[in-house]
Design a protein around this ligand. Structure first.
Ligand SMILES: Cc1cc2nc3c(=O)[nH]c(=O)nc-3n(C[C@H](O)[C@H](O)[C@H](O)COP(=O)(O)OP(=O)(O)OC[C@H]3O[C@@H](n4cnc5c(N)ncnc54)[C@H](O)[C@@H]3O)c2cc1C
Length: 347
């Protein structure tokens, strides 16, 4: 194994990615680069190993499925640092390095009296990946709190900054998600307003707070309620390999949703922009009979129908084949197309 070690980055040849993805797929990368200092990115890209080679940007691997080895260079930001830029009358502005853990950041903000991110507690992954799919949970999306995103433009070979409006945030979507591997995100600046009211419109959170006997929740109570819900519903990747929700909730024309609801009144459905409706992918998968299904070591969680799990030694192609079987089954039964939420890496 060939290794290039500098204080600013480490470059390893023929590296295992098994501990770098939460589905625990045993893929390998021709080269693996860990970046400890964002200013060293140009120097890293000048290394012979990275010249003219395909590049894959990877965080903590909690939203990817490798269907094979990656023949190019996998690049991971390992930078750390949380800095309060200012804490004025209206809001705190906090700049966070891409390599910080998202959940650690949420806990840090709460411990330092900055509210806003509590609904997003316990989401795995790095801060650098959070803008990618505009991570969201329990009625809140990170894009609401992002002021700007710093990135290295891999084509233009220069550092650049995206303001919130440049990021084109949508439901599990952003400009970064639509153009993967174009920009290596190096830092995110959050704006957390001091004015706060609990975001508990999501009924599960309200029920949980009631169970906890909390009538007037503080941010930490909302965080506790979300943690209790997530721990109950979602399998822990440290215990069983998974990438969280494997499919997005599908958006369909409102008329199609109304027709489906007429036939299946229990199908959860929410209004969405542009005369569309968002359907519950979990309900569609469970109603198609896939919850708890297992083919070898590839399976659909019996706790949550949206979660594809690796019971031990499932390969990337086996997990992908099962996901496609679920997608085909839902299409045949309901005429609805499911789209994977994680990035499926095919080369
Ligand atoms: C148990 C579980 C629960 C989850 N719950 C939620 C949830 O509630 N809501 C939600 O939105 N997501 C959820 N996820 C998905 C996942 O946690 C998020 O998408 C997270 O942001 C991924 O972070 P990561 O560092 O692991 O990114 P990775 O999986 O490594 O990468 C994801 C994508 O981001 C890109 N990327 C990573 N880092 C960078 C960078 N620095 N610059 C540019 N591109 C980069 C990758 O190329 C890839 O396209 C869950 C996952 C698990 C396993």
């Amino acid at each position: 194994m060939n290794t290039v070690q500098r204080s600013a980055f480490a470059l390893t040849e023929n590296a295992s990615l098994r501990d770098r993805n939460t589905l625990r797929v045993d893929a390998r990368a021709a080269w693996l680069a860990d970046v400890h200092d964002a200013t060293a990115i140009p120097d890293l890209l000048d290394q012979t190993a990275l010249r003219d080679t395909p590049m894959l940007l990877l965080g903590e691997g909690s939203n990817v499925l490798f269907t094979g080895d990656f023949g190019g260079a996998v690049v991971t930001m390992r930078t750390r640092g949380v800095e309060v830029l200012d804490d004025g009358d209206d809001a705190a502005r906090i700049r966070v390095a891409a390599g910080e853990h998202w959940d650690g950041l949420v806990r840090w903000t709460l411990a330092h009296g900055h509210a806003g991110l509590e609904n997003l507690i316990l989401i795995p992954g790095s801060v650098g990946a959070a803008p990618m799919q505009n991570i969201g949970a329990y009625g809140v999306e990170v894009g609401e709190f992002i002021e700007s995103v710093e990135a290295y433009d891999l084509q233009q070979r220069r550092h650049t900054t995206f303001q919130n409006s440049d990021c084109e945030f949508g439901y599990r979507d952003s400009i970064f998600k639509r153009h993967p591997d174009c920009w290596l995100i190096t830092a995110v600046t959050l704006r957390l307003p001091h004015e706060w009211s609990p975001r508990i419109e999501y009924s599960g959170v309200q029920d949980e707070l009631r169970r906890m006997g909390i009538e007037r929740p503080a941010p930490i109570h909302v965080a506790d309620a979300v943690m209790a819900l997530r721990t109950r519903k979602l399998p822990d990747p440290a215990v069983i390999g998974n990438a969280g929700s494997f499919f997005k909730n599908p958006l369909v024309p409102a008329a199609q949703a109304a027709a489906l609801r007429a036939e299946h009144p229990q199908l959860p459905c929410w209004p969405a922009p542009n005369d569309t409706s968002k359907l519950s992918a979990a309900w569609l998968i469970e109603a198609s009979g896939f919850k708890g299904l297992r083919e070898g070591d590839a399976g659909i969680s019996n706790r949550h129908a949206l979660v594809l799990v690796n019971h031990g030694h499932a390969t990337g192609p086996q997990l992908w084949a099962l996901a496609q079987r679920v997608r085909d089954g839902v299409r045949e039964r309901f005429g609805v197309e499911l789209e994977p939420e994680p990035r499926v890496i095919t080369a």
